[in-house]
Design a binder for this molecule. Structure first.
Ligand code: ZN
Ligand code: FE
Length: 237
């Protein structure tokens, strides 16, 4: 699967996927830059993927679907808040996409209906606002326990899994990790890399699950209480 990273809005990432000639769009928070890219590359999208209902992930759906005949897949729990879905998925759902078959994981915490899409063939994960590089989503509609369980679920994926998340928050997230985990050598190395990438205007993604497990303070939490403490601390930082 080929993944193209499209920076949209202020700090969101929309992803354009290609596998076996099939084209997908993950979380189009706005339509214009997506349509511009598709036209430049002469691509016709087959399907839009939505991880959760927030506007910065779905606001481009309607305009893209007006222009192209494409499907819209998203969480079964969000039929009230994501309109015109052509197929909905819950935990364990499987979605064929070109040479890949996406597995759907329910990851409540940031929103109650949040899902992630994992492609085992290419070990690629689209995790919206559940897991960020060096951070995790805020708890808008869920408890710390739900988010902790969602992150634990993502941590069972293969170590080489490439993580594509919904936002470029890595540098700010990483400063929080460093302040609370200053002696972590892998974190120090990752942050050096992140600073270089950002100074060149490049994305810090994808990052592997292996690196995240060693550097992301939320994945390194001892237990759910420790996770909840860190999440609160970050919210008030
Ligand atoms: Zn969100
Ligand atoms: Fe978001």
């Amino acid at each position: 699967m080929n993944v193209t990273i499209l920076p949209i809005l202020t700090d969101n990432y929309c992803y354009i996927l290609e596998s076996g000639g099939v084209i997908g769009i993950v979380d189009p928070g706005e339509a214009e830059p997506v349509i511009k890219y598709l036209e430049e590359k002469n691509l016709t999208p087959d399907v839009i993927f939505n991880t959760h209902h927030h506007g910065d992930h779905i606001a481009g759906n309607a305009q893209i679907m007006e222009k192209y005949t494409c499907g819209l897949v998203g969480p079964a729990a969000e039929t009230q808040r994501i309109h015109n879905m052509t197929q909905t998925f819950s935990e364990g759902g499987a979605l064929s996409f070109g040479d890949e078959t996406f597995q759907v994981l329910e990851t409540p915490g940031h929103t109650s209906g949040h899902i992630c899409f994992f492609a085992p063939e290419s070990k690629t994960l689209f995790c919206g606002d559940t897991l960020f590089s060096l951070g995790c989503g805020r708890l808008f509609e869920g408890t710390a326990e739900q988010m902790w369980n969602s992150l634990q679920k993502l941590m069972t994926l293969p170590e080489e899994t490439k993580i594509y998340c919904g936002h470029e928050y890595t540098q700010v997230n990483g400063e929080f990790c460093l302040a609370n985990d200053p002696e972590n050598p892998e974190l120090i190395t990752r942050m050096e890399e992140v600073r270089v990438l950002r100074s060149e205007g490049k994305p810090t993604l994808p990052v592997t699950l292996d690196v995240e497990k060693k550097t992301n303070i939320f994945l390194r939490a001892q237990d759910v209480q420790d996770f909840a403490r860190l999440r609160k601390l970050k919210d008030s930082a």
